[in-house]
Design a protein around this ligand. Structure first.
Ligand SMILES: [Zn+2]
Ligand SMILES: [Zn+2]
Length: 177
């Protein structure tokens, strides 16, 4: 994705905004997090008195291990973009801005460009689903041998896998009935 030049926006009055479409076929996210599909969405860039605010939303899918069967599966996610980019160069004077007061701030680079890949990467990495499932009602893994029960729904162990202590309880329950 090309970097977005915001020189014109930096010269406009606070409140001025423009919307930039986002469409990425692929984007490295993190060592342990990969995309399973393209990123599509848009971001609105708004001039404030001191910065450019970036607000928007992208949709994609991530390759995430299922929380029950552990098979990496594509999980759709919607990621909110909410970032503030501060200038590194004063747009009027052309002089470097003193960045020492806010060293952690996200910066517009010294060509007045914003790296949207970085913005999207940040948003997507925070958008992981809390309880990823490869499918509704995933059967997970057999607690006894670890086999994937989705591949083998009839999977059983001798004694139906009932713990002897539970078997005694089941016995008691049957007698009470
Ligand atoms: Zn699963
Ligand atoms: Zn088993």
């Amino acid at each position: 994705m090309p970097r977005v030049n915001v020189a014109a926006l930096l010269r406009s009055a606070p409140g001025t905004s423009r919307t930039v479409p986002i469409s990425l076929a692929d984007l490295p996210i993190a060592d342990d997090l990969a995309l399973a599909g393209p990123v599509e969405g848009s971001v609105r860039l708004s001039r404030t008195g001191r910065s450019i605010l970036l607000r928007g939303e992208v949709e994609t899918s991530l390759l995430i291990p299922c929380s029950r069967c552990l098979v990496p599966s594509p999980m759709p996610v919607t990621a909110a973009i909410d970032e503030e980019a501060l200038p590194s160069i004063d747009i009027d004077s052309g002089l470097p801005v003193d960045a020492s007061e806010e060293p952690e701030a996200f910066r517009i680079d010294d060509h007045h460009e914003i790296d949207l890949d970085e913005v999207v990467r940040e948003a997507v990495s925070l958008a992981e689903p809390l309880v990823p499932l490869c499918r509704p009602g995933c059967r997970g893994l057999c607690a006894e041998c670890g086999v994937n029960l989705n591949d083998d729904p009839e999977h059983r162990h001798a004694g139906d896998g009932i713990d002897p202590r539970l078997a005694a309880l089941a016995d008691l329950r049957d007698r009470l009935d």
